[in-house]
Design a binder for this molecule. Structure first.
Ligand code: ATP
Length: 298
């Protein structure tokens, strides 16, 4: 089938300038003789207006030039049109792109759009909200909320907010129901991951696979502060999936499931794909296996 691409460029994601990106997109796509159009991303993340254009003009690919929040919005709006999705990582974290092996270099990422292979990729629902990368409650969500208020985006801002929050980090009480078990715990954070990382190749669920039909759940429990950094580092380097019942006494519980329910009575903050969201007292989370087609390196 002859390809036709719509590029969506987020003017505010990450810190890198977007004018040279647009030139690169235009010149490389013309070189490949592929018809295309460049549009800005939408601040409200609603791309349903593109559905008729995709159908009428025979658009085959939507390429998001932005971060995880932009990918979430485009896939959520347009997955049912059966287009393939590509990513040119321009965000602050780019967790989904890096988990798929898409590099930061825009020219190389565009080559993957042209020559890569579209693979079925999982997503998930948090109550009725769409997620395709990672959802978090607690520490990392607090950072995501503060990040959204900053005038400057990018990795440096993330790193400094993370460090600042580390010293004041607190725990929240959670009740988790998964795989036929119910357990209560105080935790610094809970990550529900489809991608293996928060972004910037900072892995939190090292064994997560984008297309295995499973969610990787990481619960970092209440432990003495001096041990927290070491515990997270051990999880990042060598976290191993265990049955919940075999890890309830460990500082980190790391398990896989297709669905879970989290009671969040103390209203720990929530993020979905790095975007701050109004928190929920009860979260019902369910994987959507092979929900969309993401272009990966060949
Ligand atoms: N045209 C636009 N003008 C202003 N803001 C926009 C526009 N399009 C999208 N946004 C905002 O951009 C944010 C999403 O940014 P994106 O995910 O692309 O980058 P990031 O947050 O820097 O990176 P990451 O999600 O990888 O950490 C959303 O809050 C969205 O409202």
């Amino acid at each position: 089938m002859r390809r036709k691409i719509i590029y969506l460029i987020n003017p505010i994601s990450g810190t890198r300038g977007k004018s040279s990106l647009k030139e690169l997109v235009v010149s490389k796509t013309k070189e490949r003789k592929i018809p295309f159009e460049v549009l800005p991303t939408m601040i409200d993340g609603d791309y349903r207006f593109l559905k008729s254009k995709i159908k009428d003009d025979g658009i085959t690919d939507i390429v998001v030039c932005g971060g995880d929040g932009s990918v979430n919005a485009a896939v959520n709006s347009l997955a049912d049109t059966q287009v393939n999705f590509g990513i040119v990582p321009m965000g602050s974290g780019n967790g989904l792109a890096y988990a798929a092996g898409i590099p930061k270099n825009s020219s190389k990422a565009l080559d993957i759009v042209f020559d890569g292979v579209a693979r079925p990729t999982d997503a998930f629902l948090v109550n009725n909200q769409f997620a395709c990368m990672l959802c978090g409650l607690g520490f990392d969500a607090k950072v995501a909320h503060e990040f959204a208020e900053q005038p400057k985006r990018g990795l440096a801002t993330y790193a400094s907010l993370t460090t600042r929050n580390f010293f004041s980090a607190k725990t929240w009480p959670f009740k988790i129901k998964a795989n036929g078990l119910v357990f209560s715990t105080d935790a610094f954070f809970i990550s529900i991951a489809n991608s293996n990382q928060f972004g910037n190749n900072f892995t939190i669920a090292p064994q997560a696979v984008l297309s295995d039909g499973m969610l990787d759940v990481v619960v970092v429990k209440k432990i003495a502060k001096p041990l927290l950094l070491l515990t997270v580092l051990k999880q990042v380097m060598a976290g191993k999936i265990k049955r919940v019942e075999n890890s309830l006494r460990s500082p980190v519980i790391y398990f896989q499931t297709e669905e879970l329910v989290i009671e969040n009575t103390a209203e720990a903050p929530l993020h979905i794909d790095g975007e701050p969201r109004e928190t929920l007292k009860s979260l019902s989370i369910k994987v959507l296996p092979h929900y969309f087609r993401l272009i990966h390196p060949f």
